[in-house]
Design a protein around this ligand. Structure first.
Ligand SMILES: Nc1ncnc2c1ncn2[C@@H]1O[C@H](COP(=O)(O)OP(=O)(O)O)[C@@H](O)[C@H]1O
Ligand SMILES: O=P(O)(O)O[C@H]1O[C@H](CO)[C@@H](O[C@H]2O[C@H](CO)[C@@H](O)[C@H](O)[C@H]2O)[C@H](O)[C@H]1O
Length: 436
């Protein structure tokens, strides 16, 4: 009989070489100084689940994976011959040595399906079972229940129609604290990402030299309007399920300090931001007097066009984990719903400009991009205002949140896609000099 611990020890020795090749591994920027197994669980005849601790200069993080007990092959979560037991375990309410497979109350699941990896660039690993279910396996593990699962459960409890319904989970404990390993949701086979739809619309506009955005076949404004209403409904549902609070002095201080801290950190890392530091600082400080006007609540936290799916049943919001770079406390804090609105407004700007990235300056195309952005941002706000207060009624706050998001994007692009840095930087330049 093969000893799983021996297999895991062998695996761990090879992980410093294997991990940097995995798309989901979030520590590619630094060398790996040590990998240790934290917990080894035989989940099924041929599936050994492993939680590892990865040590790098200045950070120690936990990740999960699995190997075959018979062959020692690594990352068999991706293998349809091995991953069927995950869904079957959730359906059956199975437990294996502290790993708990559970379905949501009142849920009945089909079994015997094999999971195929979704095959998109992602920081987790999602498996699709049949045409019905999607299992998101969280690769980097955080202590405490995963926010994506908590928010989905809260939204389900109030009958929210703009999410993919949560159906089950896999969880465990590490050092006495709960840890979510995976979340099962309904899979929408007809779903199209908002980002892809928006890019198609922009392409159609750019291809027509003489037509305005409203005259082009691929006009997105109707969708942007519906999306605005959907986001407002999700905010209302989150408020109903989890409550709201007045932003008191402590919450206000935290919000302003957070924006100023981020500005300082990003300016240090990206010198191109320095010339806008002063007006940005002033905008963030002035936001203090406006924050108290709107109740704070749980929000999506990382809303952009890649986090919304258009399905036959309307727009759905996915991935409630929050900003990848934010601390656990920041992700759990109550915040202004205008932050989500600001995230989406930034995304319209991105969608309009992505075709111009790396191209020589062209005033006509830049003008048309701006036309598309304005039209869709306005439609989104109109849709939002049909369900809740108009976000534009709080323009100074909305503007501060947009600029804060743009500062975040400067850091994100600097680290991930340097050629895209011009997108948030040019918006910051425009907005800090009085433009929209
Ligand atoms: N319920 C769903 N139905 C159909 N496709 C989905 C569903 N949930 C996620 N997807 C697809 O999977 C992609 C990744 O999902 P996401 O939850 O954002 O993972 P990650 O946090 O790892 O990026 C989405 O962009 C979308 O294309
Ligand atoms: O991986 P996540 O979805 O959590 O988000 C991160 O990556 C996004 C890029 O994929 C990044 O979004 C930025 O680029 C988008 C276009 O690719 C654009 O629609 C967004 O508005 C813009 O913020 C996101 O910021 C980052 O957290």
């Amino acid at each position: 009989m093969i000893d799983p611990h021996e297999l895991v020890d062998k695996l761990v020795a090879s992980l410093p070489d294997l991990l940097p090749q995995a798309r989901w591994f979030g520590g590619k920027d630094k060398p790996i100084t040590a990998v240790r197994p934290l917990r080894t669980t035989v989940v099924h005849d041929d599936l050994v689940h492993v939680v590892i601790e990865v040590e790098q200069p200045g950070r120690t993080e936990n990740y999960q994976g699995a190997l075959s007990l018979s062959t020692g092959a690594w990352d068999v979560l991706l293998d349809p011959d091995h991953n069927g037991v995950l869904l079957d375990g959730i359906a059956a309410g199975y437990e294996a040595d502290g790993i708990v497979f559970a379905h949501e109350p009142g849920t009945e699941l089909r079994t015997g399906l094999r999971g195929r990896p979704i095959g998109v660039e992602q920081s987790n690993t999602s498996l699709i079972y049949g045409q019905q279910y999607i299992l998101k396996i969280f690769r980097k593990l955080a202590r405490g229940e995963n926010r994506d699962l908590v928010m989905h459960r809260a939204l389900r409890s109030v009958g929210c129609e703009h999410i993919a319904q949560p159906l089950g989970s896999i969880s465990t404990e590490l050092d006495g604290e709960p840890v979510t390993l995976a979340m099962l949701q309904e899979f929408l086979p007809d779903a199209v990402e908002g980002w892809d739809m928006a890019k198609t619309s922009v392409r159609d506009l750019m291809a027509e030299a003489d037509l305005h955005a409203f005259e082009v076949g691929g006009d997105f404004a109707g969708e942007a309007h519906r999306l605005g209403s959907a986001v407002a409904k999700v905010h209302a549902d989150l408020a109903e399920a989890l409550g709201t609070q007045v932003a008191d002095e402590a919450a206000t201080d935290r919000a302003i300090a957070g924006m100023l801290r981020r500005l300082g950190e990003v300016t240090e890392a990206v010198p191109e931001l320095a010339r806008y530091e002063e007006p940005l600082r002033t905008t963030f400080e002035e936001a203090r007097q406006h924050i108290g006007r709107i109740p704070i609540q749980h929000i999506h936290g990382d809303l952009h066009l890649g986090q919304v799916l258009r399905t036959v049943q309307g727009w759905l919001l996915i991935d409630f984990e929050g900003e990848p770079a934010a601390s656990v406390e920041d992700r759990l804090a109550l915040r202004s719903p205008l932050r989500d609105v600001a995230g989406m407004l930034r995304s319209f700007d991105y969608a309009a400009r992505q075709l111009l990235v790396g191209q020589p300056d062209d005033d006509q195309l830049a003008y048309r991009a701006m036309e598309w952005t304005k039209r869709n941002r306005a439609a989104f706000c109109d849709g939002y205002a049909e369900v809740a207060a108009d976000p534009r009624d709080n323009a100074p706050l909305l503007r501060a949140f947009e600029l804060d998001k743009a500062v975040y994007e400067v850091a994100y692009e600097h680290a991930n896609r340097p050629e895209w840095l011009t997108v948030p930087l040019s918006s910051i330049a425009r907005m800090t000099s009085g433009g929209e």
